[in-house]
Design a binder for this molecule. Sequence first.
Ligand SMILES: Cc1cc2nc3c(=O)[nH]c(=O)nc-3n(C[C@H](O)[C@H](O)[C@H](O)COP(=O)(O)OP(=O)(O)OC[C@H]3O[C@@H](n4cnc5c(N)ncnc54)[C@H](O)[C@@H]3O)c2cc1C
Ligand code: SF4
Length: 488
Amino acid sequence: MGKPTGFMEFERLSEAYEPVEQRLKHYKEFVQTLSDDDAKVQGARCMDCGIPFCNNGCPVNNIIPDWNDLVYKGNWKQALDVLHSTNNFPDFTGRICPAPCEAACTLGINAAPVGIKSIEHAIIDKGWEMGWVVPQPPKSKTGKKVAVVGSGPAGLAAAQQLARVGHDVTVFEKSDRLGGLLAYGIPDFKMEKTLVDRRVAQMEAEGVTFKTKVIVGDKSLPAGINNDAKEFVSAGELTAAFDAVILAAGSEVPRDLPVPGRELKGIYAALEFLIPQNKEVQQGKANPINVKGKHVIVIGGGDTGSDCVGTSNRHGAASVTQFELMPMPPEQEDKPMVWPYWPYKLRTSSSHDEGCTRDFAVATKGFVDDGKGNVKALKAVRLDWKDGKMTEVAGSEFELPCDNAFLAMGFTNPVGSLLDAFGVEKDARQSAKATTDGEGCYRTNVDKVFAAGDVRRGQSLVVWAIREGRQAAREVDAFLMGTTTLPR
Ligand SMILES: Cc1cc2nc3c(=O)[nH]c(=O)nc-3n(C[C@H](O)[C@H](O)[C@H](O)COP(=O)(O)OP(=O)(O)OC[C@H]3O[C@@H](n4cnc5c(N)ncnc54)[C@H](O)[C@@H]3O)c2cc1C
Ligand code: SF4
């Protein structure tokens, strides 16, 4: 424990954000990493709890008290090693993780929790700045070949772990660039894509082969799913050519809103707007959807919805409204009731702070045609929630001007035809069926085919995808070699 009295002496210090008026003019990251001194003060606040709930709250079980202490003492290199021992990509999570570790921090019971995420961010940024993040190629090769389908955080984490123990890993990706939703989905202002590129370069130096624009399993995709593929590899070809296959293909089918007028022009699934925006920022290809001067309504209150809000404001929308079906949560959680678990409370993102009217307990009833096939308004009704059940409030129907609506109500399941092509059994939610514990975990019903990340657990978080990729890699290594040294 760095400073026994630190938690009493020092306040939580949040990372600074570039002012709204300035950051709205660009798509670059705007969160400023803590200075070394400020990170040290944050580290000093950690109480090095006998039972570190933060470590359990973190899906990759980051060894948080240890790196807090190391940062407090100025041992940055060692802090980086501890951080990397549980997390392949703290550069991603240090920016976009919602930080369940902080919700679990003991200090948070009666004070502000330790700024764990900001310390993680500071450690990994220093690591890159100092040149400490280097490839770790294997000492010897096993001669075993592993295919990974999908280059999101699950696929990347699995590939890196497997390459480091000597397997020949090939990652297949249908998009024209690597990273999954990290690259195409999550806006550049939340995470710049050079962060993915430098990790890809590190992994190439560790022996991973990447094949972009290659779709595996089935060429036909439901509408609205990004596909830049120029080549196709069948499930049979892949399983014949590789000793093991990991499906890390995400959960890409968006939840639709089948209400009257859904077919009108101007209504899109969120990623139909966000992915072309990534392409515009990264490759200069203009986003065909431009909401400058438009009235935008975002339907759905999660991360995806919030990203549509931030992007619409950067376009210069005339107004941005976000609808949420559920009632407005309390601003402050009931700590004794929920700690150390993820609390139910109002979450206001940096995108909301940039300008957005948020409306809760509202259901969309339909869209109004302008007479030329374009949406011109949205019809909604207010909801009353009792005992988890909703009823429409009589006489509460209203109409709002709407030139563009973005549907951000989550993703229902992975593309079924990919799982069918491999013969992989599905669970009740239509995700790939595989357990996460015990004998044969992460293995599907199909010999040598494994599944990890959103394709298995349903839509989730980057940190869970990294965890699943790491754990699946361990199971694949054990399957191929009879034993494994990879951590769980
Ligand atoms: C807009 C948005 C914002 C989000 N923001 C956050 C956030 O702030 N913080 C957070 O923690 N999480 C966030 N998430 C969730 C997070 O991005 C996902 O949980 C995570 O990326 C899942 O990782 P994955 O590797 O399982 O799948 P993905 O990242 O979805 O990657 C799967 C990859 O597989 C490829 N693929 C699919 N099928 C095939 C095929 N047949 N052949 C070849 N390639 C294929 C896809 O093209 C894709 O690149 C967000 C999600 C969205 C949509
Ligand atoms: S729970 Fe909070 S105070 Fe305790 S070890 Fe973890 S970060 Fe430190």
